[in-house]
Ligand binder design. Structure first.
Ligand code: PLP
Length: 459
């Protein structure tokens, strides 16, 4: 079903230009230049070939307010007139301060400081370094803690540290010899492909994963572990997989028992994306860990994508009191920094995005439309012979394709179906952008697609 011609190559319609086939940008593909977006408004992307594409993915779950939001535009313009850049080593700004206050307040005191950089990968890098520094500066110092435990088939970013802890086989492969962080991986909590049989109760499955994690701590030496890192709801690496009930409480128990930190990577699933359910404590939840299904706060967390909704490149790392106090009583400084850290325009954009999410009660809409999206997907697709699983939460849904429903056998070639569905979607009469993902089976094989529309979507 794949049609390269509609996705790539020269466009014949009005508005195309020669550059489209002679890109100077180093795109992911050196064989084909991507389609060119000439404008974006609301939930639609307009291409240079005249197509209007319904953006059902928001990039990779990024554009959570859709495109062209006037409030964000105004906030950035005003910030541009105030101060567009200053170095965070010497100066602070009301933009960064306002965003940090909003985010830490949203955790009800669980997180006390926020660090802003430009991408999710950098947020994860910062989290790994902070975890290491915490162990050096806690009392007594624990310099032997330098090992990170993550999960198989996980993705935490593309920079060397984030790639080193992650377990995405295909993305690691080429760089394996230069991934030098001490790390190892345990099974993800993924019932569909987690060898959880129909006879195994969810709580028994959780106990089995807890035992595996405990065994991994013992194998590497419990007092060498700096932190365990995981996505509360797994995004592109597996395709929108919520954890089993009680799983993260079990993870927390093991980490606490051995003095390791718990890092949550909420780059994709955070900032409202999964529509966390309100609880007595968190009446307006924003973070995935606030959902009762997850139910535990991390020591350090990373946010990205939905934080700035794509209006500016911005991501954040937040840390709790225990971690920050260790540094305060230690060297008194976080030994990490970047030129564009706390960028005022990016922080102001994200601050406005987060205010809009709160003002318009968008997480409630995520919950509401998420229920509808999930039930429609199930109703229309679950009996399809190539659909193995439909899963997700909030506005974060994946469809996994299999060649055999009973055995869950994936299709032979990686990306065969996911890319095909994406490319078909891009054609008339569908004109819809669906995110293709791979690697659900062993980090190499398996197809899924993700739907992650904007939070302000309607029925
Ligand atoms: N962590 C997770 C869970 C992600 O999904 C991603 C990106 O897809 C990253 C980290 C890296 O973020 P970025 O691409 O902004 O560097």
């Amino acid at each position: 079903q794949s049609s390269g011609s509609s996705l790539h190559g020269p466009s014949t319609k009005e508005g195309a230009d020669d550059l489209q086939t002679k890109s100077a940008v180093l795109h992911r593909s050196l064989k084909h230049d991507p389609l060119r977006v000439v404008s974006a408004e609301g939930h639609y992307l307009r291409l240079s070939n005249g197509q209007n594409i319904f953006d059902a993915t928001g990039g990779a779950a990024v554009a959570c307010l859709g495109h062209g939001n006037k409030r964000v535009r105004q906030a950035v313009m005003e910030q541009m007139d105030r101060v567009s850049y200053c170095h965070s080593l010497f100066y602070g700004t009301a933009a960064a301060e306002g965003l940090a206050k909003l985010l830490t307040a949203s955790t009800d005191g669980e997180m006390v400081r926020a660090f802003f950089i430009s991408s999710g990968s950098e947020a994860v890098e910062a989290a790994l370094k902070l975890a290491r520094q915490y162990h050096l500066e806690q009392k007594p110092s624990q310099p032997e803690r330098k090992h990170f435990i993550a999960r198989q088939q996980s993705y935490h970013g593309t920079t060397l540290g984030a790639l080193a802890v992650g377990g995405h086989v295909a993305r690691r492969e080429m760089f394996e010899p230069i991934l030098s962080i001490n790390s190892s991986r345990v099974s993800p909590c993924f019932a569909y492909r987690g060898l959880r049989t129909v006879l195994e109760h969810e709580s028994a499955y959780v106990r089995r994963l807890e035992a595996e994690l405990e065994a991994e701590f013992q194998r590497v030496g419990p007092n060498t572990v700096a932190a365990f890192i995981a996505e509360p709801v797994v995004g592109a690496a597996l395709g929108c997989v919520p954890a089993a009930k009680g799983y993260f409480q079990a993870v927390r128990r093991v980490c606490d028992k051995h003095g390791a930190l718990l890092i949550f990577d909420e780059v994709m699933c955070g900032a409202g994306r999964i529509g966390p359910e309100p609880t007595e404590r968190f009446s307006n939840p924003l973070h995935a860990w606030q959902d009762p299904l997850i139910g535990v706060a991390p020591d350090i967390m990373a946010m990205g994508k939905g934080l700035g909704a794509g209006y500016m490149p911005i991501a954040a790392m937040l840390a709790n009191k225990k971690v920050i106090e260790a540094l305060q009583h230690g060297t008194g400084a976080f030994s990490h920094g970047q030129t564009y850290q706390g960028h005022p325009l990016a922080c102001q954009a994200a601050l406005e995005v987060q205010r809009i999410i709160a003002d318009d009660d968008l997480v409630a809409n995520v919950r509401k439309q998420g229920v509808l999206l999930g039930s429609l997907l199930r109703e229309k697709l679950s009996t399809h012979p190539a659909v193995g699983d439909i899963r997700g939460k909030g506005l974060f849904w994946a469809i996994e394709f299999v060649s055999n429903k009973a055995t869950k056998e994936p299709f032979e070639s990686t990306e065969a179906v996911a890319m095909g569905v994406h490319e078909l979607g891009m054609q008339d009469p569908y004109n819809i952008s669906i995110y293709p993902g791979t690697g659900t089976v062993d980090g190499r094989r398996g197809d899924h697609v993700i739907l992650a529309p904007a939070y302000n979507i309607n029925e």
